[in-house]
Design a protein around this ligand. Structure first.
Ligand SMILES: Nc1ncnc2c1ncn2[C@@H]1O[C@H](COP(=O)(O)OP(=O)(O)OP(=O)(O)O)[C@@H](O)[C@H]1O
Ligand SMILES: [Mg+2]
Length: 260
């Protein structure tokens, strides 16, 4: 089972869109996929028509029940087949209270321990992270073997990227093990100078950490979220769908060559 965290401490950079797009492509390739929404705003859950204001059991309950987690409890939380081949652990608004409660409570490994319980059921887990550093993001990074860092191709995004890479570095030191990551340029608009220049800058500054491709700006992504399905099934010929399919293949092979 592979576990990918999609993370950037900057908001609105395409984390949720990337999580859903990659999940849809993996499922279409026959993989059993689990999506986890750890953002209290619940955009990922909402994409699949689940209202985080009304949810009964959510990722929050993993933290509440952390002393007595078991496989059957996990299966109660999991919404099956929100899209063919994709299951989802939804978020809930109450998740926003977790950061306050979690201080000094040693809650950093709840997600990792939870995923160990369903390891046999999934090929790929994708965790859609909130845009702040806190106990939830730390859980996601501790549970994952690859962090996908979407970064907007615009001037101000590079500062946010630096902050995220510092966080990864910190996590790596506390784990004492390598934490692989891949920077993914998104919302690329070849018609604007800002996009073209900042992509060049990102590649220059971060070299091999950056996926050689880019996700173009594509309004079909928003349309896909309204339709409640991943982009590759909503608009298979769209530039975004094709770019995400390339990214998916790259991430798989990058991870394989790292493991070899
Ligand atoms: N490649 C793209 N082209 C055009 N619009 C995009 C693209 N990717 C994402 N968007 C749009 O940008 C907005 C933010 O995207 P998304 O919700 O995926 O970001 P996020 O990083 O998860 O945000 P948050 O930090 O709030 O969780 C959404 O309206 C989404 O439809
Ligand atoms: Mg999001």
């Amino acid at each position: 089972m592979r576990v990918w965290a999609v993370a950037n401490q900057k908001g609105g950079v395409g984390k949720t869109s990337s999580s859903v797009s990659l999940a849809g492509i993996a499922a279409a390739a026959g993989k059993r996929v689990l999506l986890i929404d750890i953002d209290a705003h619940g955009s990922l859950s909402a994409w699949f028509g689940i209202n985080p204001d009304q949810i009964q059991l959510s990722v929050f309950d993993l933290f509440e029940q952390r002393a007595s987690l078991n496989t059957s409890f996990l299966h109660k939380l999991i919404k099956k087949n929100v899209y063919p081949g994709v299951d989802l652990i939804p978020s809930a608004v109450v998740l926003a209270t977790l950061e306050r409660r979690a201080v000094g409570e040693g809650m950093g490994l709840v997600l990792k321990k939870s995923l160990a319980l369903v390891e046999a059921h999934y090929d790929l887990v994708i965790i859609d992270c909130p845009p702040q550093l806190g106990v939830l993001l730390v859980n996601a990074l501790a549970a994952s073997d690859l962090t996908v860092v979407p970064v907007q191709t615009e001037y101000l995004a590079i500062q946010g990227l630096e902050r995220m890479l510092n966080t990864l570095n910190m996590m790596q030191q506390s784990r004492g093990a390598a934490l692989q990551h891949c920077v993914v340029p998104v919302m690329y608009d070849k018609r604007t100078q800002a996009s073209v220049h900042s992509l060049r800058q990102i590649r220059m500054d971060y070299g091999a950490q950056v996926w050689p491709g880019k996700i173009p700006i594509d309004t079909r992504l928003r349309d896909a979220s309204k339709a409640g399905v991943p982009i590759h099934s909503f608009a298979p010929q769209s530039r975004a769908a094709q770019a995400y399919a390339k990214l998916y293949k790259y991430l798989l092979s990058a991870q394989q060559s790292e493991a070899a």
